[in-house]
Design a protein around this ligand. Structure first.
Ligand SMILES: Cc1cc2nc3c(=O)[nH]c(=O)nc-3n(C[C@H](O)[C@H](O)[C@H](O)COP(=O)(O)OP(=O)(O)OC[C@H]3O[C@@H](n4cnc5c(N)ncnc54)[C@H](O)[C@@H]3O)c2cc1C
Length: 409
């Protein structure tokens, strides 16, 4: 068998196949495993350039960590919040006091709408986050508050991402602030360490080997790598990101249900890990800022707090430029001193072409998991296509296990 992609989905599929006695070759485009799970060291701390958190419901992640004897950390509960709304930094309420009744009404409406989406209201779910918030007729401050929270779940700008993911998450976690329960745990040695442990169970792993074309038929598959090598197998588990599918040629072409979805992940988030002095630990900062909109201050170590900031792709903000990062940070924390920072451009990276799964506004059907049922000898895997916990590491593991089970059958 061939598995293309050594993120958690591909590694899980490969290991399950190997456990069942099947010879597996894993082809991975990058020179590392782990995909959108990518840990690096910043000021002596292990930080996550890709995904960080898993929730108490993520059983598969828990099981993988236990299997490799890895512990996880609990993120401490948030103790304080500050808001950047309508251009003003607020340390008390997120909106001016005379707008509190409107805030309460909006929160109640968002909760009701989340129930409607959970009950199947596709029209509401497909609205862009910007249109969804606009129809609440918010004040400027209320709009910035709501969109700031949307940043936590929505990986695309409010104009491009559908409201569905955020409303789903609000339904599951009981209101806006319930979203904080998503930030529960993280693997202590980092996601890269977990991926590397899983990769040690794979005998034939070829790094720096991207699949360029796939010929497939009743008898099996032939993959051509970017170096021109031909590799044949009885079946292929294709565990590459949804936005990398357009870069692979298929003969015969994939059916329209899949071909149309290729590249549909609207996730274009920016994540910056900042080592900072002058910021209290265990706080959040939410609103609309110059580049970053949702910031989380972690624990303090050696006088520095690790602040994780999220924004959306924006030509005016370059996460690799110190001045831009400082400005974005200080909009929320005016006294902060940026000691150092790290980031990875997942959008420009040809092996991801985007961040976590975010449904495109107006076309949430494009990321429906039903589209990714196997095509002949090709089984799809990946958190972008998962039937449960899509967009999360958990979804990657669930989908990898399902693809392996299908191939074995
Ligand atoms: C900034 C950011 C923050 C996130 N935050 C969280 C979080 O807090 N919690 C959470 O659960 N999830 C989070 N996620 C999502 C999570 O990281 C992903 O859902 C998960 O890592 C996806 O795993 P995967 O195996 O499906 O895909 P990937 O990890 O993307 O793996 C796919 C692999 O395919 C390889 N590949 C691509 N093209 C080819 C090719 N042609 N041939 C061979 N190999 C190829 C890639 O190099 C990659 O290794 C975040 C993601 C990002 C980017």
């Amino acid at each position: 068998m061939i598995v293309a992609g050594a993120g958690l989905a591909g590694l899980r599929a490969a290991r399950d196949l190997a456990d069942a006695g099947v010879a597996v070759t894993v082809l991975e485009a990058r020179d590392r495993v782990g995909g959108r799970g990518y840990s690096v060291s910043l000021g002596g701390r292990t930080v996550e350039l890709g995904g960080s958190w898993f929730t108490p419901e993520h059983d598969q992640v828990g099981a993988e960590l236990a299997r490799y004897g890895m512990s996880f950390r609990d993120y401490p509960p948030v103790r304080s919040a500050r808001w950047l709304t309508a251009g003003e930094l607020r340390l008390g309420a997120p909106v001016p006091w005379h707008e509190l009744a409107a805030l309460e009404a909006a929160l109640a409406r968002v909760r009701d709408d989340a129930e409607r989406v959970a009950a199947g209201n596709q029209t509401l779910a497909a609205l862009s986050a910007a249109d969804y918030v606009d129809q609440l007729q918010p004040s400027d401050a209320l709009r910035d508050f709501l969109l700031g929270w949307w940043q936590l779940m929505g990986g695309a700008s409010p104009q491009h991402g559908a409201a569905s993911d955020a409303l789903d998450a609000i339904h599951q976690h009981g209101g806006l602030t319930g979203l904080l329960t998503c930030l529960a745990h993280g693997p202590l040695p980092g996601w890269s360490a977990l991926a590397e442990a899983m990769a040690r169970d794979v005998v034939d792993l070829r790094l720096g080997t991207a699949v360029k074309t796939v010929e497939h038929g009743d008898a099996g598959v032939v993959c051509t790598t970017d170096a021109g090598e031909l590799i044949e197998a009885g079946a292929l588990v294709l565990a590459v990101p949804l936005n990398c599918l357009p870069g692979i040629g298929f003969e015969p072409a994939l059916p329209p249900r899949v071909a149309e979805a290729a590249g549909a992940n609207a996730g274009r988030a920016v994540k910056v890990l900042m080592l900072v002095r002058g910021v209290d630990p265990h706080g959040i900062a939410v609103g609309i800022g110059p580049g970053l909109n949702w910031l989380y201050a972690d624990t303090a170590e050696d006088g520095c707090v690790l602040v994780t900031g999220f924004g959306w792709q924006d030509d005016r903000f370059d996460a690799a430029t110190r001045g831009h990062v400082e400005r974005a940070l200080r909009a929320f924390h005016p006294d902060a001193e940026l000691v150092n920072w790290a980031q990875h451009d997942w959008i420009a990276d040809p092996a991801s072409r985007g961040t976590w799964l975010t449904a495109p506004a107006g076309r949430i059907d494009l990321v429906s998991p039903d589209r990714f049922d196997p095509v002949g000898r090709i089984a799809f895997a990946g958190s972008d296509m998962a039937r449960q916990h899509a967009g999360w590491f958990e979804g990657a593991l669930v989908s990898g296990a399902a693809a392996a089970a299908h191939v074995l059958r």
